[in-house]
Design a protein around this ligand. Structure first.
Ligand SMILES: NC(=O)CC(=O)C(=O)O
Length: 271
């Protein structure tokens, strides 16, 4: 199965971000003919202000971002994993992934479970829970015969979520992200490779890249999106610029890794 990860530089303009996403999906599909295309976290609106986030909130299914992804999935006959967008549900906002199948039907919706409430060592303050409600459900869907698990960004730091997705049968786990430059340079690759090795799945980690501003403060995302195989090997890696990467997933290889080191049968604690 061919997969394509799109690395974007989203900022605080919904209109410009949707145009960037549309152009990126069109050129990614034309270049790679991938079966599964993945966008990054908060591709519709990143940074800005609390009011800006509320205004950019997308109501499902009638909002522009939802319709755009639906029509692109259908036009190209691809599975489109919509990174995440700001979802507005009544008064609440969520950081939400929506996935469409090649007919343009919604097949999954995942709300980010672990919200990034952190003061980074460089002093940058992140308070996602001031804006977003927390997701409560573990979500998987199917691409052809393969189960795909959903996660978003900070979720990467919580192996217990990945263990649950693995127990649910996932062969692929997706992590759209806006992982910070500050934390990413030290932690991103290790986290992606660790989660892939522990769960013996393909991990598709699609990051934002470049600068944006949050309440007038400068912020930067790390880029370096990557596809990691079940052995922990990086199959494809982006640099620190916008664009896309492609990789072919080999499920015979996945089965071999699981047969060689059958950790899924050897769990003793907490299973
Ligand atoms: N931005 C995030 O949600 C997570 C992140 O940058 C980190 O864990 O570091």
């Amino acid at each position: 199965m061919k997969v394509c990860l799109i690395q974007m530089n989203s900022r605080d303009s919904l209109v410009e971000n949707l145009q960037q996403a549309e152009n990126a999906v069109r050129s990614a599909v034309a270049d790679t003919h991938a079966r599964l295309v993945v966008l990054p976290e908060l591709f519709t609106y990143l940074g800005g202000t609390k009011e800006g986030k509320r205004e950019a909130g997308q109501v499902f299914p009638e909002s522009g971002a939802y319709r755009l992804l639906q029509s692109l999935a259908k036009e190209y006959g691809v599975y489109l994993h919509g990174g995440s967008m700001i979802e507005r549900d009544g008064d609440r906002l969520y950081n939400t992934t929506v996935v469409f199948d090649p007919k343009g039907s919604e097949i999954a919706k995942y709300r980010k479970i672990h919200l990034f409430d952190v003061v980074a060592p460089d002093g940058a303050v992140f308070r996602e829970s001031d804006v977003f409600g927390r997701g409560e459900n573990i979500v998987t869907y199917k691409v052809d015969d393969h189960i795909v698990g959903c996660s978003i960004c900070y979720d990467l730091r919580f192996p217990e979520l990945y263990a649950e997705l693995s127990k649910a049968g996932a062969d692929i786990i997706i992590a759209p992200a806006a992982f910070t430059l500050m934390t990413g340079k030290d932690h991103w690759e290790i986290l992606c490779r660790s989660r892939a090795m522990e769960t013996q799945t393909y991990v598709l980690a699609t990051n934002q890249v470049g600068t944006y501003s949050e309440n007038g403060e400068p912020r930067a995302s790390y880029g370096h999106s990557m596809v990691v195989d079940p052995w922990g090997t990086v199959l494809a890696r982006a640099q620190a610029r916008t664009g896309h990467i492609v990789a072919s997933l080999d499920f015979d290889y996945l089965n071999k890794v699981r047969a060689d080191i059958p950790v899924q049968r050897h769990h003793v604690l907490g299973q």
